[in-house]
Write a protein that binds this ligand. Structure first.
Ligand code: DC
Length: 227
């Protein structure tokens, strides 16, 4: 194993089950889970709550100076703090999902969050999920996973996730938003969502998060044996 610890990078599009799977892998292996999407969501929440434009680079760059994001594990659950306030639930609305993929276009936003993500990963054994983890944030990760599933499956998953939180759901609307967000994440100029050549593809369409997590854990032991 390298002196950088052990990192599992999990990337993939909207609604593919990245965070549920990553959380399970982290729990089972006693690794630290880092949800990078939550950080982009927190920036979007800051813009929304302060009536600021998600597209405006100057405004985003000004906001970055006032934004402090922390990811903490509280009694086994991950909590996100924006300027010391717990925003774990507030960042999960459709408005913030949409806004997060807009603010993620901004290079200054990305550079600030990526630096923090690398710093967190340097602490040891981590599972990090997002869009650019294997390609840009942790290109040295010992194991890179790319999760994928067809669009309708992913939309249904998003619907149950929102339903379970008591948030309103509309299949067509969520389908449309998923397509737009994926397009934006895949085609942006800086660090778009891509599957790197060394990332192992897992199709989660017919797998439960538990099965996906177990498949990843099996891959971890195979990688550890050759390190
Ligand atoms: O994983 P998520 O749905 O919580 O991510 C929200 C948005 O944040 C996603 O649409 C794009 C952006 N994002 C990113 O650009 N890079 C990451 N590593 C993680 C998320």
């Amino acid at each position: 194993m390298t002196n950088k610890g052990f990192a599992i990078a999990i990337d993939g599009p909207v609604g593919v089950g990245k965070s549920t799977t990553a959380r399970l892998v982290a729990q089972k292996l006693s690794f630290t889970y880092i949800d990078t999407g939550a950080m982009y969501r927190s920036v979007a929440l800051y813009q929304a709550e302060n009536g600021l434009d998600m597209h405006d680079s100057a405004s985003l760059e000004k906001s970055l100076k006032k934004i402090n994001i922390k990811i903490c594990n509280v009694e086994g659950f991950q909590k996100i703090f924006l300027n010391e306030r717990d925003v774990t639930e507030l960042i999960r609305t459709q408005e913030i999902s949409e806004g997060s993929s807009v603010v993620a276009h901004n290079l200054a936003v990305r550079e600030k969050l990526v630096a923090q993500q690398r710093e967190m990963a340097s602490a040891g054994r981590v599972v990090m999920d997002g869009r650019d983890i294997g390609s840009h944030v942790l290109p040295w990760a010992q194991l890179k996973i790319y999760l994928d599933a067809n669009l309708n499956t992913r939309v249904k998953r998003r619907m149950s996730e929102l339903e379970s939180k008591g948030l309103p759901v509309d299949f067509e609307k969520i389908r449309e938003e998923t397509i737009i967000r994926d397009e934006r994440d895949k085609n942006r100029e800086h660090h778009p969502l891509i599957r790197t050549e060394d990332a192992i593809l897992l199709d989660t369409g017919s797998m439960t998060p538990e099965e996906t997590a177990d498949a990843i854990i099996k891959l971890v032991s195979e990688v550890e044996n050759v390190l």
